[in-house]
Design a protein around this ligand. Structure first.
Ligand SMILES: Cc1ncc(COP(=O)(O)O)c(C=O)c1O
Length: 389
């Protein structure tokens, strides 16, 4: 039967049926170690008993009511999330792109209250911010800037690491600087602390909102609740999404200080955002992340993963980099070849950029599953190497 999907994804044809922890099971019975977590979404893995039970119980009570009304899970989540991250206010939405749209609107309203021309948003080259017209515009990669023009005006791209270039770009008409602490889709590209701290300082001096897109790095992925915390950065606004509700769609814009009260009724909104089902799921995720030692374990598992891959000293591997359980392996071949070979050995991995295999395992993955996954990755790299010999 011909698929009725629009042809947007280069899919594998793998039909998945169920999962448990960091394991996925296909309809044909094949078992996989999951180093993808639904692209950084399934933070508690698959079939997490507390998450499943909480979602089922909430579904029986209320699934959706609209933002005309308040529900307890949403109020509690707003409280827990702002407490855990140190922000003052939150807006809930449904995806990473929508959270970034929230940042852009907030920043433009903030800027226009200072000066009618203060509406330019500076992002970084190699960034990725989403698939809506405006988040595609914000994405600093030419390959995304085809077909869909005209694009949203008022976006400018800075070279990561070139602070004097950023200094020149941050003119009085700029309302926000938006960055990923680690560029995910762009290739798990680390950005230096020095650059980010210098950028933060420039933003403070010029009343420009310093805004982090932590859609991929946030909510425990880096080994801290936010990667900015690990980097010692204090953004005015942050976007999170992906892992926040463990697989139920959610996004959030967190703001503090001068950015916290920019929106007034009617400025912004969304039908599904902050619904009781997603909020309930997110409360389970946050409660697990807050349990003693959880985030330290993420960091420990990430270090183990990176050191074990480095120790393979595989001829196809250029470098291994990352933070927490967000890991990039620079490879000398097309990373898609490694993805396919890994699948044949029962391991699911991702690509990022042109030369990077990306690993985003569930945050609850066990050391045993990590080790088994690395053994499969070695076999996959050997297979690819054999083909290229
Ligand atoms: C850093 C970053 N921002 C935004 C997005 C877009 O998120 P979504 O696909 O939920 O709209 C992604 C998705 O990969 C991302 O990694």
């Amino acid at each position: 039967m011909k698929e009725r999907f629009m042809n947007t994804y280069a899919r594998t044809g793998l039909v998945l049926d169920h999962g448990a922890g960091a394991r996925l099971f296909a309809r044909d019975g094949a078992e996989y170690i999951d180093f993808t977590a639904g692209i950084g979404v399934n933070s508690l893995g698959h079939g997490h008993p507390k998450l499943v039970a909480a979602i089922a119980a909430q579904a029986a009570k209320l699934i959706h009511v609209s933002n005309y009304f308040i529900t307890e899970p949403a109020v509690e989540l707003a409280y827990r999330l702002t407490e855990m991250t140190g922000f003052d206010s939150v807006f809930f939405c449904n995806s990473g792109a929508e959270a970034n749209e929230g940042i852009f609107k907030l920043a433009r309203k903030y800027g226009s209250s200072k000066n009618p021309d203060k509406n330019v948003i500076v992002t970084l080259k190699q960034s990725f911010h989403g698939r809506t017209i405006t988040t595609v515009t914000a994405t600093g990669q030419d390959k995304f800037h085809r077909f869909f023009g005209p694009f949203t005006p008022g976006f400018v791209y800075a070279d990561p690491e070139d602070i004097s270039a950023l200094d020149a770009l941050l003119e009085p008409n700029v309302c926000a600087f938006v960055f990923e602490p680690i560029q995910g889709e762009g290739g798990v590209r680390m950005i230096s602390r020095e650059y980010l701290h210098a950028a933060e300082k420039l933003c403070r001096e010029r009343d420009i909102l310093f805004c982090a897109d932590e859609v991929q790095t946030g909510i425990g992925r880096s080994g801290a609740i936010l990667a900015c915390e690990r980097l010692g950065l204090r953004p005015d606004v942050v976007a999170v999404a992906k892992g926040l509700a463990g697989g139920v769609p959610i996004g959030a814009v967190l703001a503090r200080g001068k950015a916290a009260d920019v929106f007034q009724p009617g400025d912004h909104g969304t039908t599904f955002g902050g619904g009781p089902l997603a909020a309930t799921a997110a409360l389970v995720v946050l409660s697990e992340l807050a349990s003693p030692g959880f985030l330290d374990e993420v960091d420990r598992k990430g270090r183990h993963l990176m050191s074990q891959i480095a120790e393979l000293r595989h001829p196809l591997v250029k470098d291994v980099r990352g933070m927490g359980l967000m890991v990039g392996i620079g490879v000398k071949v097309d990373p898609h070849e490694v993805v396919d070979a890994a699948r044949a050995h029962g391991l699911l991995v991702l690509t990022a950029g042109d030369d990077t295999v990306r690993l985003l395992p569930p945050l609850v993955i066990t050391m045993a599953d990590i080790d088994e996954g690395i053994a499969a990755l070695k076999l996959a790299l050997d297979d690819v190497e054999r083909v290229h010999r």
